[in-house]
Write a new protein. Structure first.
Length: 249
């Protein structure tokens, strides 16, 4: 995992990234994937968006995040949750004890991991019946606003590869990670952004220019033009599909 990709992105990430749908957590509770006794390792926890949502539903959460900026922003939000422990660790070396957690969650981060090493770490820290839950808020590329958004990214961001670093979201794309049967579940997660949040959502991406970069101002101008084109009453509908994969490793 390259923790440097999100250096100085913590602030815009907090303001621009969407939360995860309540129906997803209802599903996890209904299927007893989580209970009030579950101990979770949220790996690549970033600024703690997912961590903060799952914490009230379980016994304990270890928030594993190697990037100091992201981890610091998360810790500012964790104060109200006595059951969250912030950990300076990586996907490949969480620093957690063997057989110490019931569930490993990864929200919006798995595409940055070394799959082989992370799978080995999962086997080490999970208990015998534990599972891994991978989740993304994937932008719905059928929507014209997102098509136009992506065209700007292609123009100004040399490292842009599509949603979540161009990961293959088909079920076949995860067969090398999970052992045996695993589930793919999807939820609608439509967001509404005002202009500031829309710009910040784009700046929060790893490939987006940072303040001081040569194309930063041009990128912000182009992204703002996309917002102005699609906005109604000062906001833009921005549809996500929350894609979830759960199984044993």
């Amino acid at each position: 995992m390259n923790e440097k990709k999100f250096d100085s992105k913590g602030g815009v990430y907090v303001k621009g990234r969407p939360a995860y749908p309540e129906k997803m957590f209802e599903y996890l509770l209904d299927k007893k994937v989580i209970t009030p006794n579950t101990i979770v390792a949220d790996v690549g926890s970033g600024t703690g968006i997912f961590t903060s949502q799952i914490a009230p539903l379980v016994s304990k959460v270890f928030a594993i995040e190697p990037n100091a900026d992201m981890r610091t922003k998360a810790e500012m939000c964790f104060g109200e949750y006595a059951n969250i422990t912030s950990v300076n660790g990586t996907a490949e070396n969480t620093t957690l004890n063997k057989n110490s957690v019931d569930l490993i969650t990864v929200a919006q981060a798995f595409h940055w991991f070394d799959r082989v090493s992370f799978k080995s770490e999962c086997k080490s820290i999970l208990n015998g019946t534990g599972k891994v839950f991978l989740v993304w808020n994937d932008r719905d590329t059928n929507a014209q606003v997102i098509k136009d958004n992506f065209e700007v990214n292609k123009r100004y961001c040399p490292n842009f590869k599509g949603s979540s670093n161009g990961i293959d979201f088909s079920k076949d794309g995860f067969k090398d990670f999970f052992e045996g049967d695993f589930e793919l579940i999807e939820f609608e997660n439509n967001f509404v952004y005002d202009k500031e949040a829309f710009v910040l959502r784009n700046l929060s991406s790893s490939y987006a220019p940072k303040v001081g970069d040569e194309c930063y101002d041009d990128y912000v101008k182009a992204i703002t033009e996309v917002f102005d084109k699609h906005s109604v009453n000062g906001v833009v509908d921005y549809p996500y599909i929350t894609r979830c994969y759960i199984g044993k490793v």
